[in-house]
Design a protein around this ligand. Sequence first.
Ligand SMILES: [Ca+2]
Ligand SMILES: [Ca+2]
Ligand SMILES: [Ca+2]
Ligand SMILES: [Ca+2]
Length: 426
Amino acid sequence: MNTKRMLFALTCAGVMTPVMAQTVNDSNLVVSPYLTGLSQPTGMVFSGAGQGFVIEKATGLVKRFEAGAVTGSVLDLSVNSGSERGLLGIALDPDFSTNGFTYLYYSSTGGSGGVDNGAWVDNRVARFQWNGTSLVDTGVFRTFGTAADGQATGPNHNGGPLAFGSDGKLYGTTGDLNRNGVEQNNTGTTQSSAVGGLYRLNTDLSTPADNPFTGSQAPFHAYGVRNSFGLAFDPVTGNLWDTENGPGSFDEINLVAKGFNSGWNLIMGPDSRNSQNESDLVHLSPSGSTYSDPEFSFQTPVGVTALQFLHGSSWGSGYDDAVIVGDNNTGQLYLFRLNAARTGFVLAGNLADLVADTTAERNALVFGDNFSVTTAMHLGADGALYVTSLGDGAVYRIAPVPEPGSIVMLALGLGLLVLRLRRRRG
Ligand SMILES: [Ca+2]
Ligand SMILES: [Ca+2]
Ligand SMILES: [Ca+2]
Ligand SMILES: [Ca+2]
């Protein structure tokens, strides 16, 4: 089942559906449009207060925004956007303010000049450099699946999001491209699919010496991942989390340890829910790998996408233990509460088994609605949550409602000032 592909097809065909007002289940918060008029945005980053970059899936454009408005394009990549391919991820170097390095993950045609939809050549993460007016290709890139390696080419399960860890390394996701090698826990082969996991790279896109695996798996931090549209670091623990997309059953949210094997394509969802076992999996050398169950699963997939931690947000300390998750299929946002160690979620009743088995169980987690296809979520320097919606061609901002009290105090202050000025004159 590939609902995302269906939605992309509908979007491309120009089928219009009325945009419903975005809502969240907290009357102290308000949702407002921040950027609009975008074509299938798949990600955004802030490079400073109120400014940054937003990327588009099918045009391969990186657009600049300042003060809540798009100011123009700063790069035009030549992408193949068939199915889930396209320009899919962006991250800024931790030292962006001095080196301008900007990382993009996209489905390349190998062409230049911005012309799109030539034949797919590879999925690549590439390093560009911001010179104040445009993003310049540095020629540094790394591929995850190529047409030349003779294996399946997707076109779905390309992964996408990028993020930097507190270790200064670049992390990203690749889907399995419908391949079936050792990274997909195929015990009957020694062939590497070169895809299907979370990779970890140095800023020059070389392989860090302390990655858990060697050989063709050396770039990988984790594997056994069917596809992923979500990756985020907990700002408190530094732990890496992802979301993973199941086939006809079991979308997942995972805490991703170094050397994690998520189980695909033998185990999806909790190990207890299927006939295959951990002992059936491929354990990569030299340090082995660690299987663990997802921290949460949706028995019926929602097409889970971006996730974000709300610790330190402007929503208040009541959200410091919260994680928000988006999806493709329902347009809803889901809210989870972390345990004290921030290693799992606090769930009760029918959710205590860490699986939403029914729509009613899932609905107990719903926090927002009408966000269409959420592809990215970021906290701004202002503490607001910015939600990128591919389906609406927009970025939404979720922030506290301005307090009426603050307006009254401002009016009182101005009144007193006027009185003082009058007295001085008198
Ligand atoms: Ca283009
Ligand atoms: Ca898993
Ligand atoms: Ca099992
Ligand atoms: Ca359940």
